[in-house]
Ligand binder design. Sequence first.
Ligand SMILES: *Cc1c(COP(=O)(O)O)cnc(C)c1O
Length: 432
Amino acid sequence: MLLSNNSLAVNEKGNLTIGNCDTTELAKEFGTPLYVVDETVLRNNCRKFDSSMKAYYGKGLVIYASKALNCMEVCRVVADEGLGLDVASGGELYTALKSGFPAEKIYFHGNNKTEDELVYAVKSKIGRIIVDNPTELARLDKIAAELSEIPKIMFRIKPGIDAHTHDFVKTGQIDSKFGFALENGEAFEAVKLTKDMKHLELVGLHCHIGSQIFDIDPFILAAEVMLNFYLKIKNELGMEFTDLNLGGGFGIKYTDQDDPKEYNIFMEKVSAVVKGFCEKENLLMPFICIEPGRSIIAPAGITLYTVGAVKEIENVKNYILIDGGMGDNPRYALYKSAYTALLANKAGVAADYTATIAGRCCESGDLIAENIQIQTPAEGDILAVLATGAYNYSMSSNYNRFPRPPIVMVKDGKARVVVKRETYEDIIRNDI
Ligand SMILES: *Cc1c(COP(=O)(O)O)cnc(C)c1O
């Protein structure tokens, strides 16, 4: 079984536990579907990244990419661990600021930030705004001038390396909706333009090459591409940047097939490359940011469901019908993402049954997993889907007007609600 960061275990009753809480008791107390996040795993993951940044590179900041799971309590824990925070919308920024997250450690991303969002970010004096394109650059310049502010900005660059899961391609690809292209001179021209902009301070460049990446080489290549561009800018424009943001995308173990590298190896190698390059080329050693999202929060979370019925279709397949689905976890419907699932109240017995897990939305594609091995199911069993901390709650919807599940945070045998379950009242809240 997949044990994420030693958070999960099986107790003497044969029930799955998380953070020393019996999951069947959690299901009883808080109802299902239920998101559960182990605070200890979340904190340990923050520390793992932070300590490896300190050990191998020194001056840098680990920034949690909050789109993976953004709610006020997660923001508070991340702030308490000393990390920075990525936000990708006004709503994520609002949540962070309301939670008391230090504004100077907030980084604002997005490929089409609206005027309102930019005004909000500038007025809030957040740490960095990562500008995506020339139109946005002009929009932000105007806003900053009107507000008499000088926000620190970075540019999102397409380094021409596209990495997803098991392989990566060095395409020099320009076809992405994110960022400034290098090869056609767009990025260089934009950097040049900022020399005369009195209300924007360009402190460095950013790249983010993909997600759920297991290989270290694409990160190294991306760092080299960025540093070579820093060198060109220094030589041709006389500008030197203080910051370099290398993005996130580190892979995690969803199933036994996944084999992510220890994060330390990444930081060790990337640090060596950056330090070596800067020494050789006499470049300022930049303050480095990395932006893990999934790898910080995904392993900390599980989702609990109640089995409503088992539908055995002879010579076709067996469906386990659960009380959630694509509304609370759209990742299988979107990308056929693989998950590990088990029956929490039968965690001690063998998985000798083949089943497809289906939700209750009016869509045949409303599945969580297909043809997986699991314990023999029955009505009333509690199904646990593992490693759902990232891109589940944050991608959830009210399709079919199902209320969203709550988030319960567990720690050392204690559980507390950090996001309440939606009610039918919430469902009609904005209806007139
Ligand atoms: C999504 C995103 C991340 C985090 O990606 P993960 O795969 O969750 O680590 C980091 N930076 C940017 C700009 C992103 O869009």
